[in-house]
Design a protein around this ligand. Structure first.
Ligand code: RIB
Length: 318
């Protein structure tokens, strides 16, 4: 845990949700009532998840966002602070705190329905707080669970300040043209990549084609995460594939957030993009072996027992 709030290296501008999670044998049909195996609530939201994942890998992190004036909001802010994330830039809003209803089935797959609540109010006031949080930072992490105009403005401010903008375009939606050149590192999954590139991602070769096409839009690095099928990166070195680590997945919720948080921590520590991807793969692999979002995320010392991630192999653009 790092409690140096004065100088965050990584700033996350995004969502905070309370996740209400039912473990179900399968997803119920329309009109069907199905008994869940278990229930748990735990802190989530793509923004807060990435902040916590990053802090647990040793980076100094600040979070900018909004929660409601309610018990969930208090719990989410307290939980960030317990992980050493500077939550002083998380404002309290008249709307209720964001809530995610999540069902995780026996195949470890999740389905999420979201009430954005206070996340939907993120805007001009929050941009003001972002400016002060960014003062000494080198990385801004963005996702799309807060309004797009605020995401674009945040990216522009960070880009102008010389920060690397890391964008996770999730939930998937089209990106404004003006946003593309501001993004240094685009991190996305198969669904998001297919939506943004128009290329169906079915395997490593199609993932490389999609990543390369997205790189033409502006980001220097496009990182396409494919769960158990590994990660494809497209950058000035070409397209390369990193294999995943073999684990027994019980819940894939927030695996992508864990990857991104770890990647940002490595980059804040001046490690290479390859080292960041390898750390992200290790952290995400451990996270899917446990249930929940933030409760499943490993600390740096937890990764010591894991095997090293094999060196990447080149992927030809056929
Ligand atoms: O990426 C996982 C997250 O998506 C969950 O924690 C949930 O809150 C939704 O935002």
């Amino acid at each position: 845990m790092n409690s140096d709030h004065a100088t965050p290296e990584v700033v996350v501008f995004g969502s905070l949700n309370m996740d209400l999670v039912l473990r179900v044998p399968r997803v119920p049909d329309a009109g069907e009532t199905l008994e869940a195996r278990s229930f748990m609530s735990n802190p989530g939201g793509k923004g807060a998840n990435q902040a916590v994942a990053c802090a647990r890998q040793g980076a100094r992190v600040a979070m900018v966002g909004r929660v409601g004036d309610d018990a969930f909001g208090l719990a989410l802010k307290a939980s960030l602070e317990a992980d050493g994330v500077d939550a002083r830039h998380v404002a309290t809003d008249a709307a209720s705190t964001g809530v995610a209803l999540i069902m995780v089935d026996d195949g470890a797959q999740n389905r999420i329905a979201l009430s954005p609540g206070a996340n939907a109010s993120v805007g001009t006031e929050d941009i003001g707080r972002l400016r002060s949080a960014l003062a000494a930072a080198c990385i801004l992490s963005l996702q799309l669970e807060v309004p797009m105009p605020a995401v674009c403005e945040a990216a522009a401010i960070a880009h102008a300040a010389g920060c690397t903008v890391v964008l996770n375009p999730a939930p998937a939606q089209p990106l404004p043209d003006a946003l593309w050149p501001l993004v240094g590192i685009l991190v996305l999954n198969e669904t998001e990549a297919a939506m943004l590139s128009g290329i169906a991602v079915r395997d490593t070769a199609s993932a490389a084609r999609a990543a390369d096409a997205l790189r033409q839009r502006g980001p220097a690095q496009v990182i396409l995460t494919m769960g158990g099928d590994g990660v494809v990166v497209a950058n000035a070195d070409g397209c390369r594939h990193f294999a995943a680590l073999a684990v027994q997945a019980v819940d894939t919720t927030a695996a992508g957030d864990t990857f991104i948080g770890a990647l940002c921590a490595a980059l804040a520590n001046k490690e290479s993009i390859d080292a960041g991807i390898a750390l992200g793969i290790q952290a995400a692999a451990l996270s899917v072996t446990k249930a929940g979002a933030q409760v499943s995320m490993p600390h740096r010392q937890d990764l010591a027992a894991l095997p090293a991630v094999p060196r990447p192999s080149p992927v030809a653009l056929g």
